[in-house]
Design a protein around this ligand. Structure first.
Ligand SMILES: [Zn+2]
Length: 321
């Protein structure tokens, strides 16, 4: 398991305590959304249950326990989160019944003779009676139980619960660490820098914003290409719009759209752009190359609307009757 780089320090402390059998009975992992709280909680749970931990303290990923955990069926791994109501909708709080069931399970001995790991997430959504019930469990700790509370809003937890937990507070990481991680996720340096700035340095939030933005822009480009196919718009209109707003990014999306369309058709799946059958694949491949060439032409003296218009004409060309 690869943790976000900025969690390294927290991880080393937890891994050492686990190694020495000195994990606290209750841990509160808190901090803003996007900083990796769940990654840290899951890494701790996996490591605590693993039968053959690696040198860095992480779970091996292959022992019997790790396999059960991956399959979601490890009997000593207990997740407490929002449950579905009778009408199938998800509740928005954690109820006292859930915490009572938890206490009952914890009163039985562990199935594998190791630790029992509980993750309560989001812990700040326990209602008052649930929180009171949990307090009883926290006051009577069992040596084989570790309860991990995960919370974006620790201030919403009662002071008595907080005082029973070892607190791990995740902070916005150093810029270099956040950048490194975003680039590892396949984001360009330029885009990562912009997104990180508007997310005030929060890497998870930056990645979320980039994903939304990328999907939104790609969706717009796909819609334009489909409308060109069905003659609901003109190449000139689309070229003007694309040239006026992030033309290089749009051409990159256009190339990716053509490639994905070709892959779908090659798989015998229906295309998303109204194209019919494998006969279109060579045209899509040619257009993928053309879109990438046009993107390079944007860096020359040529006017971008003409570069884009040329490419869009090539998109329409094979489809004229
Ligand atoms: Zn393992």
């Amino acid at each position: 398991m690869k943790l976000q780089g900025w969690l390294g320090e927290h991880w080393r402390v937890l891994a050492t305590r686990l190694q020495r059998n000195e994990l606290p009975h209750a841990v509160l992992i808190c901090g803003d959304a996007g900083l990796g709280k769940r990654s840290l909680a899951n890494a701790l749970a996996s490591a605590a249950l693993c039968e053959a931990r690696q040198a860095d303290g992480h779970a091996c990923g292959i022992c019997k326990s790790c396999q059960l955990l991956t399959a979601g069926s490890h009997p000593d791994h207990i997740l407490v989160g929002f449950e579905a109501r009778d009408d199938g909708k998800l509740r928005s709080e954690i109820t006292v019944e859930q915490i009572r069931q938890l206490s009952q399970r914890l009163s039985l001995s562990t199935q594998y003779g190791g630790l029992q790991i509980v993750i309560i997430d989001p812990a700040d959504k326990m209602n008052t009676s649930a929180a009171n019930a949990l307090l009883k469990t926290l006051e009577e700790p069992s040596a084989s139980t570790v309860i991990v509370l995960v919370s974006d809003h620790p201030a919403h937890l009662s002071a008595t619960i907080r005082s029973r937990c070892q607190r791990i507070e995740l902070k916005v990481p150093e810029r270099a660490r956040a950048m490194e991680w975003l680039v590892e996720q396949g984001i360009s340096i330029e885009l990562a820098e912009q997104a990180l700035e508007s997310a005030l340095g929060n890497p998870g939030e930056a990645l979320g914003a980039i994903s939304n933005e990328v999907l939104g822009l790609r969706g717009e480009c796909a819609r334009d290409l489909l409308e060109l196919n069905t003659a609901r718009t003109s190449a000139l209109t689309v070229a003007d719009a694309w040239a006026a707003d992030r033309p290089a990014e749009r051409l990159w999306h256009a190339a990716v759209i053509a490639r994905d369309e070709a892959l779908r058709l090659a798989d015998g799946k229906p295309g998303k752009l109204g194209l019919t059958g494998a006969g279109e694949i060579p045209k899509l491949a040619a257009w993928f190359a053309a879109a990438n060439r046009s993107r390079e032409l944007l860096n020359t003296q040529l006017r971008s609307e003409l570069v884009v218009l040329d490419l869009l004409h090539a998109w329409q060309m094979p489809r004229r009757p």
